[in-house]
Ligand binder design. Structure first.
Ligand code: ARG
Length: 274
């Protein structure tokens, strides 16, 4: 069943590719900024059309990746775990989002170790899944577990194209934390993970949807689900078929201009879980 969500986003007014901190980014990339703006607006309109609430953080000049709202915090049960970026170019974003959260009445925990919010931290039923290998550190996972008191499962990413956990895995369906103990349905691309992490995922989520490399390269795992509708990149055709076969409703949204920066639908979306 779909559940109405609250999403935090940041407009793409200053979005561009100005530096390269992942293999998708090329210094000579040509971003069509008008097209990016249209694609982003279509995502927001689609969320609203499906009954979700969308709130915005003001974009800041000189922060071309600030549009990727997912990276700036993880908010669970009304508690905000902020960010500390690996790349110096993105570090100022943390304070901008912190300002927004404080004005909205939240305290923000500042991690001591590099941690890129929902980019690497994915609440999945009774666990928080936590990526490491490129950005967020194991030390940050320990901080996350201590802060939320939720078992935090570290997963090692090994393919630089899938440098954030949210490029390799998403939650299709999860019972709210309050229902406790309930499992979650996830989708992931196994080869993005180390052998041990793959085995952990197989044990915890035996019914997961497994994506192909083509689906993963099309940003199909950088999706947002409300429990019924799955906002997904139209290029992830194999995954779209699998979701349909399981009774979900894929809603294609094209963010191809953002793929040039290594981002997609989920990267542009932070969920505020009150
Ligand atoms: N250019 C950004 C970076 O490399 C893209 C971030 C994408 N966000 C995400 N949640 N995967 O940091």
């Amino acid at each position: 069943m779909p559940r109405a969500r609250r999403y935090l986003v940041c407009g793409p007014r200053h979005f561009d590719v100005r530096y390269a901190i992942n293999p998708w980014m090329r210094e000579d990339a040509q971003v069509d900024t008008a097209r990016a703006a249209r694609q982003w607006q279509a995502l927001i309109d689609t969320y609203r059309d499906h009954g979700h609430q969308v709130q915005t953080v003001p974009p800041v000049p000189g922060l071309p990746d600030m549009v990727f709202a997912a990276n700036c915090a993880l908010t669970l049960s009304g508690k905000v775990f902020g960010s500390r970026f690996h790349a110096p170019q993105r570090r100022p974003e943390s304070a901008e989002y912190e300002t927004w959260f404080k004005a909205a009445g939240y305290d923000v925990y500042r991690p001591e170790s590099p941690c890129e919010g929902e980019g690497d931290l994915v609440p999945a039923g009774r666990y928080i899944l936590a990526g490491t290998g490129f950005r967020t550190t194991r030390e940050a996972h320990a901080e996350v577990q201590e802060f939320f008191g939720v078992p935090t499962i570290g997963l090692r990413l090994v393919d630089p194209y899938f440098y954030h956990l949210d490029t390799a895995l998403f939650v299709v369906d999860a019972a709210p934390e309050t229902e406790g103990g309930e499992g979650a349905t996830i989708a992931y691309y196994p080869e993005a993970f180390s052998a041990g992490s793959r085995e952990v995922l197989r044990r915890l989520f035996p019914d997961a949807l497994l994506a192909t490399r083509d689906d993963a390269m099309a940003f199909g795992l950088n999706s947002v689900s409300d429990g019924r509708h799955v906002f997904i990149s139209p290029g992830a055709t194999g995954l779209i078929d699998q979701l349909t076969a399981r009774g979900y409703v894929p809603v294609p949204v094209d963010l191809s201009e953002f793929h040039k920066a290594g981002g997609g639908i989920k990267c542009c979306t932070q969920e505020i879980r009150s």
